[in-house]
Design a protein around this ligand. Structure first.
Ligand SMILES: *Cc1c(COP(=O)(O)O)cnc(C)c1O
Length: 368
């Protein structure tokens, strides 16, 4: 179904448009036929998706409908030159029965920054924000009341012009799919400091959430796994001295239960929204925040001299991934993972805000 709609250049008026859709009147109240107790993340989308098209210089043809396969020409540019951008965010059930889409506005802004870096057209707020709100409320039966559960939201945009010449595409598709996610207890990881490959270089596109960054990180990850590690710590491209990120997450340390230490943002580090949330919550946990460059040798030296060092990856999907061991040039160093570690308190606090148990002074909750 393609619906013509007179979109303005800067606004696809999703809300006004959606109200006119006949499918808006269908309310689905039943729980879907899905085993919420036992499932693998990311292999199943929910029943409905959102699609918008960019053609002739404007986003249009905004629609929400059943999840379907998409048809692309083999000439479609996204299949060749990696002009793709994505986001990842989550919706939670609050204890009073509402649905909270966590930090929707921040994800919208970051999506547009990523699109800009990849020479792709910005999305109007009405398309991303109102569109996601509408899709999630239509799929509300997929947001179950369980503190471990979230509905993962995956917005993404791809270049769809049919042309093999290397250029920015003139046509794009924006889509949003939803997938159930359960955060089982993640056991602390053994991570290895990668001293050969890098994730991202100064001046590159590492600060954008573009698919290519992930493609390039798979081989080093695979090699680390073969050597018995769960994850990689990435170093900077110039000197291979400074810590950047861990796998596909930002990285943080808590020193002696007092200082929250994390690499300062740059064009080679992704501006994580979980990272930002934790930095803002730190004062409440009596943690002093240091955002600066961190040499790997500083962390190693601190651990070797007996300081209590917690290390953890932070990102939307797993929230907090505790690190128990850091391997650097063949030597292993143990980080602090006891039950009283600050990282667990951070995780708890975030979860309480998302579920509406703890007040949200930052306006992070978008209730539908
Ligand atoms: C998405 C992502 C993160 C985490 O960002 P969140 O907004 O916290 O989910 C960190 N690093 C990379 C490379 C990412 O793609």
């Amino acid at each position: 179904m393609t619906l013509a709609f007179p979109f303005g250049k800067n606004d696809c008026q999703a809300n006004a448009f959606l109200k006119e859709l006949p499918m808006m009147n269908e309310t689905i109240t039943e729980k879907p036929d899905f085993d919420f107790e036992n499932f693998t993340f990311g292999v199943q989308a929910t029943d409905q998706m959102l699609v918008a098209k960019y053609e002739n210089g404007a986003w249009s043809n905004f629609q929400i409908g059943p999840v379907k396969n998409i048809s692309l020409s083999p000439l479609a540019m996204c299949l060749h030159y990696g002009q793709t951008v994505f986001e990842g965010l989550k919706a939670f059930k609050t204890t009073d029965g509402k649905i909270n889409i966590f930090r929707l506005e921040s994800h919208f802004k970051r999506m547009n920054r990523s699109l800009e870096r990849m020479a792709m057209p910005a999305l109007p707020a009405s398309c991303f924000i109102d569109g996601i709100r509408e899709l999630v409320s239509k799929e509300s039966q997929w947001v179950i009341d369980d503190p471990e559960y979230a509905l993962y939201i995956r917005p993404f945009a791809i270049a769809t012009e049919n042309k093999l010449g290397v250029d920015a595409s003139h046509d794009y598709l924006f889509m949003v799919i939803l997938s159930p996610l359960k955060a089982y207890y993640n056991s602390p990881l053994r991570v290895v400091v990668e001293t050969n490959y890098i994730r991202s270089a100064k001046g590159g596109a590492g600060a954008a959430k573009n698919g290519g960054n992930y493609g390039a990180s798979l081989l080093p990850q695979q090699k680390a796994k073969k050597e018995g590690f769960d994850q990689i710590i990435w170093l900077d491209s110039n000197e291979k001295k400074y810590i950047e990120e861990s796998g596909t997450m930002n990285i943080m340390f808590i020193l002696n239960g007092k200082t929250l230490l994390t690499p300062a943002l740059s064009d080679s580090i992704l501006d994580g929204i979980t990272r930002d949330s934790i930095i803002k919550l730190a004062p409440e946990l009596n943690l002093e925040v240091e955002e600066r460059s961190i040499q790997i040798s500083e962390i190693i030296d601190r651990i070797a001299s007996g300081e209590q060092v917690e290390g953890f990856g932070v990102g939307t999907a797993a929230v907090i991934s505790p690190i128990k061991e850091i391997s650097y040039k063949g030597d292993s160093f143990e980080t602090y993972v006891q039950e009283d570690a600050g990282m667990y308190r951070i995780k708890e606090m975030l979860s309480e805000i998302r579920r509406g148990i703890r007040p949200d002074p930052f306006g992070w909750s978008d209730l539908v």
